[in-house]
Design a protein around this ligand. Structure first.
Ligand SMILES: CC(C)(COP(=O)(O)OP(=O)(O)OC[C@H]1O[C@@H](n2cnc3c(N)ncnc32)[C@H](O)[C@@H]1OP(=O)(O)O)[C@@H](O)C(=O)NCCC(=O)NCCS
Length: 262
């Protein structure tokens, strides 16, 4: 039996115009168009890679979003050094602007094998493969611009940039709260799968998502089963028995069913 994967972010998430030659203030624009504001208004935006001078805007967006968080279990506080890592050689960040205001950002990191907090070490990746790991790290969208699929769109651009620069990674990984339905939806749409459940900061249960770039696009499956996203005992059993989480079926609020298969 072949498992029918989600299409990789086709159709509705990418109604954008890619205009690689366009520039604003000397910076190359990855995408522009209009975003729907929560009021219903359509607001012009542009998307570009972020650089060091954008750091002030990044911390402002982070502060605004952290101040509005009602549930810390969804997103742990992000220190400045984590934002910085997305701006130097250790990573890359994409930002969405309405006028001069940063309203969304997404970072990918390229951890080094000696990093003690290397995500690959939590996923039991062999030591000689740790330099082949990229981590999808932080994504933030201002509440009034959510619903435009910006997280997925920014991630797609970062993948494009990585490809254009000829960077090759065997694994893409991410750590996601089981309650963060938009973030899980993003990972599944890029064909990442839940490969492990971990405990972060000694307290918070998290899914570890992995995409192995050398694996074939479709997986032959013998059996499939649905698990509630917060039923960690059942999901741990499934993972220990060779299952991985491949897709989700949305429920109410932050609930969903995850399709596990092997
Ligand atoms: C996570 C975040 C970046 C996503 O923003 P976004 O790209 O605007 O996401 P959208 O609102 O367009 O939603 C994406 C998908 O999740 C769904 N979704 C959003 N909120 C949801 C919720 N509470 N419950 C169920 N589904 C939800 C949307 O319907 C959409 O589904 P689709 O992909 O099938 O169309 C944004 O919510 C955010 O900044 N949250 C706070 C910070 C955070 O948690 N970051 C992630 C961890 S680093």
């Amino acid at each position: 039996m072949l498992f029918p994967f989600n299409p990789v972010c086709q159709g509705k998430f990418f109604p954008y115009r890619r205009i690689s030659k366009n520039m604003i203030s000397g910076k190359r624009i990855l995408e522009h168009g209009k975003l729907r504001h929560e009021s219903g208004a359509l607001v012009p935006f542009h998307m570009r890679l972020l650089k060091q001078p954008d750091m002030d805007q990044m911390t402002t967006l982070r502060d605004e979003i952290e101040a509005s968080m009602t549930e810390w279990d969804l997103l742990l506080p992000t220190p400045d050094y984590v934002l910085e890592k997305g701006l130097d050689d250790s990573g890359m960040s994409c930002g969405v602007f309405t006028g001069d205001r940063l309203v969304g950002l997404r970072s990918v990191y390229f951890p080094r094998r000696l990093d003690t907090d290397h995500i690959g070490k939590q996923a039991d990746i062999a030591a000689n493969e740790l330099d082949s790991v990229a981590e999808l790290k932080l994504s933030l969208v201002a509440p009034e611009y959510r619903g435009n699929g910006l997280q997925k769109r920014m991630t797609a651009h970062l993948f494009d940039q990585i490809k254009q620069r000829g960077m090759l990674f065997k694994y893409y990984m991410a750590i996601v709260s089981p309650k963060n339905v938009p973030s899980m939806s993003e990972k599944f749409s890029f064909r990442m799968k839940i490969s492990k459940i971990i405990i972060k900061n000694n307290n918070y249960v998290r899914f570890l998502f992995t995409k192995n770039m050398v694996e074939h696009g479709t997986v032959p499956l013998q059996s499939t089963v649905y698990a509630k996203n917060r039923d960690f005992e059942f999901q741990s059993d499934l993972l220990q028995n060779g299952y991985n989480g491949y897709e989700m079926r949305r429920g109410q609020a932050n609930m969903c069913d995850i399709l596990y298969a092997k």
